[in-house]
Design a protein around this ligand. Structure first.
Ligand code: BDP
Length: 591
C-alpha cells in the first residue's frame, strides 16, 4: 500500500486540524445536517485525554467526527482518494450524507474512493467511530451491555485510546490510469542486487520507466519496459546495504507514460537492501549475527494518547539511539507509517506486531498470574480478523528495511487445547504473503512454559515475555535467577536450533523512589532486577536479544497494581530517565 506523496502527477491535502466531535448513536444523527451538539476535537490524536469530562473520556461505544473540505474545479478533474492512517477501532465514513466506505481495525490505514461522492466547492465528511472490542475483534475485549450502555473490558493493560489517531489526507492521481502498489522485491548476494519490483497499475498506459536513485540523488540504474509483466531486473552492481544503525536508503521511481511520452502517473518508493536469516539459533542480518538491544514500547503520550506526533516519535528514537539501542517491537499493534519511515532512516530494527493482543480469555493483567478457566480457542472468534490484520500489516510494511520479523500475536493462550490449530494457518498465511520470508514469532506469556506450550514449533524464534523477580519470585532475585536459567535451558533443549529473545521483562518502578533496602518499586530494585536478568542472558549464546518492558511508563486503566499507569518504563511517561537508563547505555555501547 502506497503512502501518499506529492509529485509531478499527484497532490496531497491534509485534513488534520480541529474537527467536530460528538458521542451519539446513529439514530441521533441526521447525516445531512451538521452534528447537533459537537465539541472541538484535534485530529490526529485520541479523543480521550482532550476532554475534561471523565464519563466522556471513558465512553465505550459510538462517537462521531465531522469536518468539511473544499474541492477545486481542477482537483475534481483528478481521481480523489481519502486516506486515514488509522481510526481506532472501526470507522464508517460518510461524504455529503452518503456512506462512502468503512473499515474495521484500529491500527492500519484505509482508503476511500471519493469521486462518486464529492462536488466542486464545499463537502461534508462525517466518520462514525467505535471503540468497542469483543470476542471477534483484535485487540480482544469482553463486551457487555447494561441498560443500553456498552462496557468494554479490554484483555490487555494499556488504556484503550481511540479516535482518529493518525493523519487524514486526500490524495489525487490521474483519473484513468494510476499506480496502485509498488513492492520492491530483490535478490542480493550482499554485493550485487537484482531488483525486480511488483507494480500494480490500473488503466491503460503505453510504457513505463523505472529508476533506482541513491542517497546522493543519482540515478544508478534505469530500465524501460512495455508493461509491468515484462520488467527486466535492475542490477545494483555495487550494493550499498542497509545495516542496523547504519541505514542506507534507495528510491525506486516508477513513471508511466502514454504513446506520446506524456507522463501519466509517477511514484517514488523508498527501500533498503538487507537480508534476514535464522541459522543455528542466531539471527543474521546481512549474514552477520545480530544481538537485539531495545524495547517493547507503546504509542502513548500525555494529552495525545495514541495520536501520531512526529516530535514524540523523533524524540523517542533519539532516546533509543542515545542508549545505543538497535531494535524495538511495535507492541501491541502496528505503529504509524511515519514512525516506520523514521525507523528505516534511523537504522532501528523493528519487530512488527499485529494488534492480536488479549487472546487469552479470563487472564487479567491485574490478576497477574491468574490462569484462565475458559478455553480461549473455543470462545474467541478472531480467526478472520487475525488474517485481516496480518494481511494489512504486511501489505503496508513490506517495503520497510527496518522490519526484521513479524510478530503475529502477543501472549496468546498457547498452552490451551486448540492453539496449534488456530496458529498453524496464520503462520502459513504470513509466510505466503511475505515474499521476503522474514522470521515469524509470537511472544509467549509466562504460563506458556516449554512443557505446556503447544505452538513453539510453528515459529522461527522463541520469544519470551518473562517476569521472574516480578510477577513470579517477587522480591526474590536469587530464586528468580534460578528459575530464569532453568527455563532458558529447557527451551533450548527442546528447540536447540531456534534463537531465544526476551521480548518483555521488567519491574514497575516509581521514578524518584529510592530504597536503601532495595525494595520493589524503587529505582534500586529495577537496577537489581535488570542486572540479574542481563547477567543470565549473557550466560547463553543462543539468547540473542533483550527488549525491555517498557521503553516508557504508559497509561492504563487504574487497577490494583496499576497506579497511575504501568510503571515499568526505563523512562517516565514524559521521557525522563530512571537510573537504569545509564546502565543500559553503558552495556549497549559494548554489547
Ligand atoms: C505482559 C503484556 C504487557 C503488559 C505486561 C505487564 O504483554 O502488555 O503491560 O505484561 O504486566 O503480560 O507489565
Amino acid at each position: 500500500m502506497l503512502y501518499p506523496q506529492v509529485n509531478a502527477t499527484r497532490m496531497v491535502t491534509s485534513l488534520d486540524g480541529f474537527w467536530q466531535f460528538q458521542v451519539a448513536d446513529q439514530k441521533a444523527i441526521d447525516l445531512h445536517q451538521p452534528l447537533p451538539a459537537p465539541l472541538t476535537m484535534a485530529v490526529p490524536a485520541s479523543f480521550n485525554d482532550q476532554v475534561v469530562d471523565q464519563t466522556l473520556r471513558n465512553h465505550d461505544g459510538y462517537f462521531w467526527y465531522e469536518t468539511t473540505f473544499n474541492i477545486s474545479k481542477l482537483q475534481k478533474t483528478q481521481r480523489n482518494v481519502l486516506r486515514f492512517g488509522s481510526v481506532t477501532h472501526s470507522a464508517v465514513v460518510y461524504i455529503n450524507g452518503h456512506e462512502a466506505g468503512r473499515h474495521q481495525g484500529g491500527f492500519t490505514p484505509f482508503e476511500i474512493e471519493l469521486d462518486d461522492y464529492i462536488q466542486v466547492g464545499k463537502n461534508d465528511l462525517k466518520v462514525q467511530v467505535s471503540n468497542l472490542l469483543d470476542n471477534t475483534t483484535l485487540p480482544s475485549g469482553e463486551l457487555t451491555q447494561q441498560a443500553g450502555q456498552y462496557h468494554v473490558t479490554p484483555r490487555f493493560d494499556f488504556y484503550n485510546y481511540a479516535g482518529i489517531n493518525r493523519p487524514v489526507k486526500i490524495f489525487t492521481t490521474n483519473k484513468q490510469v494510476h499506480i496502485d502498489d509498488v513492492v520492491v522485491k530483490y535478490h542480493t548476494d550482499l554485493h550485487q542486487t537484482n531488483v525486480l519490483p511488483d507494480i500494480k497499475i490500473t488503466g491503460n498506459y503505453h510504457h513505463l520507466t523505472l529508476q533506482i536513485i541513491d542517497e546522493a540523488n543519482n540515478v544508478v540504474v534505469q530500465n524501460n519496459s512495455a508493461s509491468t509483466t515484462t520488467i527486466k531486473p535492475l542490477l545494483l552492481a555495487d550494493t550499498h546495504l542497509w545495516q542496523p544503525r547504519h541505514a542506507y536508503l534507495y528510491k525506486l521511481a516508477v513513471m508511466i507514460y502514454d504513446a506520446n511520452d506524456e507522463l501519466l502517473d509517477t511514484y517514488e518508493q523508498t527501500f533498503g537492501i538487507r537480508t534476514v536469516k535464522i541459522a543455528h539459533n542466531q539471527i543474521l542480518v546481512n549474514d552477520q549475527p545480530i544481538y537485539l538491544k531495545g524495547f517493547g514500547r507503546h504509542e502513548d503520550f500525555p494529552v495525545i494518547g495514541k495520536g501520531m506526533n512526529q516530535a514524540v516519535i523523533n524524540h523517542d528514537h533519539n532516546l533509543m539511539k542515545w542508549l545505543n539501542a538497535n531494535a524495538f517491537r511495535t507492541s501491541h499493534y502496528p505503529y504509524s507509517e511515519e514512525e516506520m519511515q523514521l525507523a528505516d532512516r534511523d537504522g532501528l530494527l523493528v519487530i512488527d506486531e499485529t494488534p492480536a493482543v488479549g487472546l487469552f480469555v479470563g487472564f487479567s493483567a491485574s490478576m497477574a498470574m491468574g490462569q484462565g478457566q475458559v478455553n480461549t480457542w473455543q470462545t474467541l472468534k478472531t480467526q478472520a480478523a487475525h488474517q485481516q490484520v496480518i494481511r494489512e500489516m504486511i501489505t503496508r510494511d513490506q517495503n520497510h528495511p527496518a522490519v526484521l520479523m513479524w510478530s503475529i500475536a502477543n501472549e496468546p493462550a498457547s498452552q490451551q487445547v486448540g492453539a496449534h490449530e488456530y496458529f498453524a494457518p496464520l503462520v502459513q498465511l504470513t509466510k505466503q504473503l511475505d515474499w521476503q520470508k522474514l522470521p515469524v514469532m509470537a511472544p509467549k506469556i509466562m504460563v506458556a512454559t516449554p512443557d505446556v506450550d503447544r505452538i513453539a514449533d510453528l515459529f522461527d524464534v522463541i520469544a519470551l515475555n518473562r517476569y521472574y523477580g516480578w510477577y513470579a519470585d517477587f522480591n526474590d532475585l536469587t530464586k528468580a535467577k534460578q528459575d530464569l536459567q532453568n527455563e532458558i535451558k529447557a527451551w533450548h533443549q527442546k528447540y536447540p536450533d531456534k534463537p531465544i529473545i526476551f521480548t518483555e521483562f521488567g519491574a514497575d518502578t516509581l521514578s524518584g523512589m529510592h530504597s536503601l533496602a532495595r525494595e520493589p518499586y524503587s529505582e534500586e530494585y529495577q537496577l537489581d532486577y535488570y542486572q540479574m536478568n542481563l547477567a543470565v542472558f549473557d550466560e547463553f549464546d543462543y539468547v540473542v536479544g533483550e527488549l525491555l518492558w517498557n521503553f516508557a511508563d504508559f497509561a492504563t486503566p487504574t487497577g490494583l497494581i496499576r497506579i497511575n499507569g504501568n510503571r515499568k518504563g526505563i523512562f517516565t511517561r514524559d521521557r525522563q530517565p530512571k537510573d537504569i537508563a545509564y546502565l543500559l547505555k553503558k552495556r549497549w555501547a559494548h554489547k
